[in-house]
Design a protein around this ligand. Structure first.
Ligand SMILES: *[C@@H]1O[C@H](CO)[C@@H](O)[C@H](O)[C@H]1NC(C)=O
Ligand SMILES: *[C@@H]1O[C@H](CO)[C@@H](O)[C@H](O)[C@H]1NC(C)=O
Ligand SMILES: *[C@@H]1O[C@H](CO)[C@@H](O)[C@H](O)[C@H]1NC(C)=O
Ligand SMILES: *[C@@H]1O[C@H](CO)[C@@H](O)[C@H](O)[C@H]1NC(C)=O
Ligand SMILES: *[C@@H]1O[C@H](CO)[C@@H](O)[C@H](O)[C@H]1NC(C)=O
Ligand SMILES: *[C@@H]1O[C@H](CO)[C@@H](O)[C@H](O)[C@H]1NC(C)=O
Length: 555
């Protein structure tokens, strides 16, 4: 009750209509909250705790921006129209997703989009979800740390509503508020088009993520959240998004987050070119695929903008080379993340980062029937002498016949793991540790009910601790059928470590988890010895094979 008195005082004018409603609160069977845009009515769920069921409040599908549709397509997120009372009991649709190439769509969805978002997908998608403890708190001092989750999906797909990202266990068992946000991806989120002159406005995906973070700063106290303790976190593209935020807030700035967790993805040390604000090849490919070819780029843009969303989706799935990157504006996306890291000119917040020991297995699998050269060509190409030299260096460093490389797939799995995930995290941690508290982990566990059951497309022996497989361990969202005691133990350990870091990132998330040193070797191994156990290791690695290549390629 007191909490709502505060809410009304804060939002007196906007909440005028709310005042007439019967006031309820977080403790009600039908929880409500009054946020800056109006009142929302949520729902409740129960999680099994050590001594019985623990209730959690869920507010699902809260608009944090107006629908980016029609004339608002390809434009930055704008505040939603205020409402008096809105039901937020069910998830809203995902943003439009692209699972290219079409030939591999079933497989990609099976691994990363399973089960798919219940509410489907729609261009009207700028919604977020809040999972909060169902408890009474002192409204003068909202107590709960907040964790803000950005999904993966290679900037092509993803949905905050996946069951995988259900925040109820964190809310029930750790007194943490989980916020999961939708953001636009593919052409809808990264329209690198010449017509958009302000290059920041080509990075709509990043602006959406920032709008969600601004929403947290404005509203999370209404759920008991402490806005001074916000941990941004994500996996894969969501982890890259986290690093993009860390590297784009310079030292001395005031970021809307206080710590960051990166699961299998980094920006600063990725051996791929950052951006080219005047390269419109990809956009023009989309223009042509949609039959919008025109010598006047503004007319072409208007044509694309006028197409049905389904056509824009289909064009990208049919022509998988249409893959959008970022514009460098040095605001949402810096052109020189590594250089900034190396002088400590990044957000001064503690970071926790890591990778899975077979993060590359999913990617290697696509080349199972091909060859090392085809993998290399498809990944890096052979365009420059430096890339050709690196090709030879990698070929020599990862021969089949040793260190667990028994065939092409196991060889490519190690290579894909190292360049895309393992070494970027190791090198990032090594540099980061010079300026900010840095904790690194490795995840090396696999359980019967987290494996992909599709032996034709992906034999289990090749999966290992595959990309994204740690998420359900962190969130406790693996299927309960077939869960093993070791799996439950590892889940407890990881969830508690993530929560401890969100509560206080200035101390070890697990007793004995030492900070990264400047060699980057120290890491907490989840699944050390046996899948349920954890402990520190010195990470033996081949990152020297990649380091100079990364540095030369990536400012
Ligand atoms: C991907 O698509 C290609 C082309 O149709 C096909 O040969 C291959 O089996 C697919 N791989 C998977 C893992 O789905
Ligand atoms: C560019 O766009 C961003 C995001 O909408 C905005 O904050 C900024 O003010 C714009 N810059 C200019 C020069 O208009
Ligand atoms: C950026 O793209 C343009 C157009 O394709 C090209 O002319 C230019 O060389 C590229 N710049 C860099 C640094 O690659
Ligand atoms: C971003 O900053 C880098 C140096 O830090 C500079 O080289 C680059 O031109 C800047 N880009 C823009 C778009 O301002
Ligand atoms: C991961 O665990 C497997 C056993 O499941 C073990 O063979 C392998 O050496 C471990 N990998 C690392 C990097 O410790
Ligand atoms: C490799 O080829 C076999 C036989 O055509 C096929 O069954 C299998 O799906 C292919 N594997 C992949 C990963 O594409």
């Amino acid at each position: 009750m007191f909490f709502f008195a505060i809410a009304i005082a804060l939002f007196g004018v906007n909440a005028g209509r709310v005042r007439c409603d019967p006031v309820s609160d977080a403790l009600s069977a039908i929880p409500t909250a009054t946020i800056s845009d109006g009142k929302i009515v949520g729902t409740t769920t129960n999680i099994a705790g050590p001594t019985g069921l623990i209730a959690v409040n869920k507010f699902l599908g809260i608009p944090f921006a107006s629908p980016p549709t029609d004339s608002a397509r390809f434009t930055p997120p704008k505040p939603p129209v205020k409402w008096s009372s809105k039901d937020t009991k069910e998830f809203k649709p995902a943003c439009i997703q692209v699972f290219a190439p079409v030939a591999n769509r079933t497989f990609v969805e099976e691994v990363f989009n399973n089960p798919p978002p219940a509410a489907g997908e729609n261009e009207d998608c700028l919604y977020l979800n809040v999972f909060a403890p169902k408890k009474k708190w002192d409204s003068s001092k909202p107590p709960y740390p907040v964790m803000y989750w950005m999904y993966g999906g290679g900037w092509k797909f993803g949905a905050s509503s996946l069951q995988l990202y259900d925040g109820a266990h964190f809310a029930a068992l750790e007194d943490i508020i989980i916020v999961t946000v939708n953001y636009r991806t593919n052409a809808f989120g990264l329209p690198q088009a010449p017509t958009i002159k302000n290059v920041t406005e080509r990075n709509l995906a990043l602006l959406d993520q920032r709008a969600g973070l601004a929403w947290v700063q404005s509203n999370i106290d209404q759920f008991g959240g402490d806005k001074s303790r916000v941990t941004i976190f994500g996996e894969s593209a969501g982890s890259v998004a986290t690093d993009i935020l860390v590297t784009s807030y310079p030292k001395g700035s005031k970021p809307p987050f206080s710590s960051a967790i990166m699961e299998s993805g980094s920006y600063a040390y990725l051996p791929l070119a950052n951006c080219n604000n005047s390269d419109f090849t990809i956009w023009n490919g989309l223009v042509d695929a949609l039959g919008c070819t025109n010598t006047n780029p503004d007319a072409a843009f208007a044509c694309v903008k006028g197409k049905p969303a389904a056509d824009i989706k289909n064009a990208q799935e049919l022509y998988p080379a249409i893959t959008f990157g970022f514009a460098c504006d040095n605001y949402t996306f810096v052109s020189d993340p590594r250089s900034r890291m190396e002088v400590g000119n990044v957000a001064q917040v503690p970071v926790l980062m890591g990778s899975n020991t077979q993060d590359g297995s999913f990617y290697a699998n696509f080349y199972a029937n091909y060859s090392f050269d085809i993998y290399w060509g498809g990944t890096f190409g052979f365009a420059t002498p430096a890339i050709v030299a690196q090709y030879q260096k990698v070929k020599d460093a990862y021969p089949i016949g040793s260190e667990g490389r028994v065939d092409l797939v196991t060889q490519l799995t190690q290579i894909a793991t190292d360049w895309n995930f393992h070494c970027p995290a190791l090198l990032n941690a090594a540099t980061s540790s010079k300026y900010i508290d840095t904790y690194r982990y490795l995840f090396n566990a696999s359980f019967p009910n987290t494996r992909i059951n599709d032996p034709t497309r992906w034999p289990e022996k090749y999966q290992g601790a595959y990309h994204s497989s740690e998420i359900q361990i962190v969130f406790n969202t693996a299927p309960s059928a077939g869960a093993t005691p070791e799996e439950q133990k590892l889940s407890e350990t990881m969830r508690k470590a993530w929560a401890a870091f969100a509560r206080n990132p200035n101390q070890a998330p697990i007793t004995g988890w030492t900070k990264s040193g400047s060699d980057g070797l120290d890491a907490m191994m989840f699944g050390k010895g046996s899948p349920g156990d954890s402990g520190m290791v010195k990470d033996s690695n081949k990152c020297d094979v990649w380091k100079q290549f990364i540095i030369d390629l990536h400012a």
